[in-house]
Design a protein around this ligand. Structure first.
Ligand code: 2DT
Length: 208
C-alpha cells in the first residue's frame, strides 16, 4: 500500500480555499481515494481557542506570541497527520506553515525567524495557491470580519507567499469559474496520486 498524499491549499483571505478543499475531498472520496480534510488554525484545541480569540479580536497577543501559537497548533496535529498519511489516507489541508510565515512576515517580523518554529513539520506534496488580487477578494461576502482582512496587509501577504513558492506549487487563478477550478485541481491531484503509486516518495520535512 502506498502512503496518502499531503495536498495543501494556500492563499489570501476569501480566495476560495475552503470551497475548493471541501470539493476536492468529496471528489476524491467519491472516486475511492480515502481522504480527510484538515484546516489550520484548528480552532477546537486549547491552543486553537486562544488563536480564535486573537483572530476575532477578543484577546490581544504580541505578534511573536501569536506566531508561535499558530506553529504549536500545527505541531500538535503532526502525529495524527503522519499516522494518517502512512495508513494510506490522503490529507487535504486548508492553510499551513506558509500562511504562518506570510502573515507574520507581512507584519515585518524577520522572515528567517518566522520560518524557524515550523522547521521539521511534514511537508506538503502539492500546494495549490488560490490567487486572487486583494481588491477582488474584498468584494466577496463576509470580508473584513477578522483582524487580517485589510487591503494593504493582504497585498503584503500575497507578496510573501510568492517568495516561498517552489516546484510543488501550482498557481490557480481564483477568479475563474468554480467548477473549472475544481476540475483543474482534481486533475492535478489525481496525477500526483498516480505518480506516487508508480514511484513512491517518502514524506518530506519542511525547510530542511
Ligand atoms: P482562516 O480564515 O483560514 O481560518 O485563517 N494565519 C493562519 C496566520 O496568521 N498564521 C497561520 O499560521 C495560519 C495557519 C490567516 C485565519 C487567519 O489566520 C491567519 C488568516
Amino acid at each position: 500500500m502506498t502512503r496518502g498524499l499531503f495536498i495543501l491549499f494556500e492563499g489570501c483571505d476569501r480566495s476560495g480555499k475552503t470551497t475548493q478543499s471541501t470539493r476536492l475531498v468529496q471528489a476524491l472520496n467519491d472516486s475511492g481515494i480515502k481522504t480527510k480534510l484538515l484546516k489550520f488554525p484548528e480552532r477546537t484545541t486549547a491552543i486553537g481557542k486562544m488563536i480564535d480569540g486573537y483572530l476575532t479580536q477578543s484577546t490581544k497577543l504580541s505578534d511573536q506570541a501569536i506566531h508561535l501559537m499558530f506553529s504549536a497548533n500545527r505541531w500538535e496535529a503532526m502525529e495524527q497527520m503522519q499516522a494518517d498519511l502512512e495508513s494510506g489516507i490522503t490529507l487535504v489541508v486548508d492553510r499551513y506553515a506558509y500562511s504562518g510565515v506570510a502573515f507574520s512576515a507581512a507584519k515585518k517580523l524577520d522572515f528567517k525567524w518566522c520560518k524557524a518554529p515550523d522547521v521539521g513539520l511534514l511537508a506538503p506534496d502539492r500546494v495549490f495557491f488560490m490567487d486572487i488580487h486583494p481588491d477582488d477578494a474584498a468584494k466577496r461576502a463576509g470580508y473584513g470580519e477578522e483582524i487580517y482582512e485589510r487591503r494593504e496587509f493582504q497585498i503584503e501577504v500575497r507578496v510573501k507567499f510568492f517568495t516561498m513558492m517552489d516546484k510543488a506549487w501550482s498557481i490557480v487563478d481564483a477568479n475563474k469559474d468554480m467548477d473549472e477550478i475544481h476540475r483543474q485541481i482534481l486533475f492535478l491531484t489525481k496525477k500526483a496520486i498516480q505518480k506516487q503509486e508508480e514511484g513512491p516518495a517518502p514524506i518530506g520535512r519542511l525547510w530542511v
